[in-house]
Design a protein around this ligand. Structure first.
Ligand SMILES: [Mg+2]
Length: 401
């Protein structure tokens, strides 16, 4: 009897240039001519290493394939490889079933998905000027408000995220300007952090949300002080105050002390691989909001599961993201099916003019009135634009070879 199940026959990856964190597009091919796409960041080798474990498997049994490779993932590049393959499997499963991925996750809870805009630091008022003055932050806020995407939440870097705290003479003890770093903010450091926030709020007002990426690496007492000093500004959240981005661990007890000390919502999680890394954070209500990254946490279904678990405990979710339209679409499908604890997912490419061009067959612009539309086409709902991808390949890189 002939075997009628679809089979994976190949896994390929191609590295792009000019994109933060080495964006990598992953393609899984099948014997039925259907291919699925995913996205990773970091290194190509851990991705290609997964090939031998998935060849011959039926990609439409997504979880069964994941059981072959999930334990081969881990922190950052290793987890990112597993996450990218997971996205590609869902893309194939959706295409094979003739359904958009969100339908396979349980269907959509919302008709469009809120996206928030990463802003970084300020913009210098004159050439060679500092981007870390309150005036520079205010100017960036004015420019971000004018963006055609009409975002409703903006996130700025203060403290140890970016260089704001280092720009203040005597602002921080011990921190040396490496990333990730650790250091204790002084009184002048704290006052400078708050001056920047005040300047941003004066521009943004109270009709749009302000989130702050503050670390990682603040000391617990400085984090508590900053979070309390932020209370009058009603920010959406203070992110990664203790650990987070590029931290290979999370001190859940310290986050719990911080969160219980303040009415400013706390957030972390972009560095965490798999639901197990979120269990304590969520069950102990150690942060107000979790921020898994679909490209690091283990993929689309993993992100959706964490949203469900968080919702049981009154914890919100605002997924971290920094990538191409491929992980963007993975986020859209995951978020479409999340419970009401979803806030928004992150968009980092407001200053990248070609960002949208590498996919086609979808409604553009991808972000309108602060939201992403949810594609109704099978799978993740886009086609790769080969011509545009070729323009941005890393040096020496061939297109899926
Ligand atoms: Mg962050």
């Amino acid at each position: 009897m002939e075997d009628a199940t679809m089979k994976i026959v190949d896994l390929k990856a191609t590295v792009l240039d000019d994109v933060m964190h080495n964006a990598i597009i992953v393609r899984v091919d099948t014997d039925e001519g259907i291919s699925g796409y995913g996205e990773a960041h970091g290194l190509k080798e851990p991705i290609l290493n997964l090939k031998r474990f998935i060849i011959g498997e039926d990609p439409t049994d997504v979880e069964r394939v994941m059981l072959k490779i999930r334990h081969r993932g881990g922190y950052k590049p290793w987890g990112s490889a597993v996450s990218a393959v997971e996205m590609a499997l869902w893309d194939i499963a959706g295409k094979a079933a003739g359904l958009p991925v969100y339908k396979l996750l349980g269907g959509k809870v919302r008709d469009r998905v809120r996206v928030y805009c990463d802003c970084g630091a300020g913009v210098p008022l004159e050439p060679g000027g500092s981007p870390y003055t309150p005036e520079a932050y205010a100017e960036k806020a004015r420019r971000r408000l004018r963006l055609p995407q009409k975002f409703t939440i903006f996130k700025f870097d203060i403290g140890l995220h970016g260089k704001q705290l280092y720009s203040v003479p005597g602002g921080v003890l011990e921190a040396e300007g490496t990333y990730p770093d650790r250091g204790h903010a002084t009184e002048v450091g704290l006052k400078a952090e708050i001056e920047c926030v005040k300047a941003i709020k004066e521009v943004l007002g109270d009709k749009v949300g302000l989130a702050l990426d503050c670390g990682p690496g603040q000391t617990l007492p400085a984090a508590i002080r900053l979070a309390k000093a932020l209370e009058p500004f009603n920010v959406m959240w203070a992110e990664d105050l203790l650990q987070g981005d590029y931290s290979p661990f999370t001190d859940v007890e310290a986050y719990k002390i911080l969160t219980q000390s303040t009415s400013t919502p706390t957030l972390t999680g972009e560095h965490i691989y798999l639901r197990y890394g979120f269990r304590d954070l969520i069950e102990k209500r150690a942060v107000s909001i979790v921020a898994p990254d679909v490209m690091d946490v283990g993929g689309i279904a993993e992100t959706k599961f964490i949203a469900e678990l968080a919702d049981l405990y009154g914890v919100l979710i605002a997924p971290h993201s920094l990538g191409l339209p491929i992980s963007f679409m993975a986020n859209v499908h995951a978020a479409a099916a999340m419970p009401k604890n979803f806030i928004a997912f992150e968009f980092h490419m407001a200053d990248n003019p070609w960002w949208e061009d590498i996919i086609k067959g979808v409604e553009k612009p991808l972000i309108k009135d602060g939201y992403a539309a949810i594609p109704d086409k099978p799978g993740l709902g886009f086609e790769l634009n080969e011509k545009e991808v070729r323009k941005h390949l890393a040096e020496g890189e061939k297109y899926f070879e």
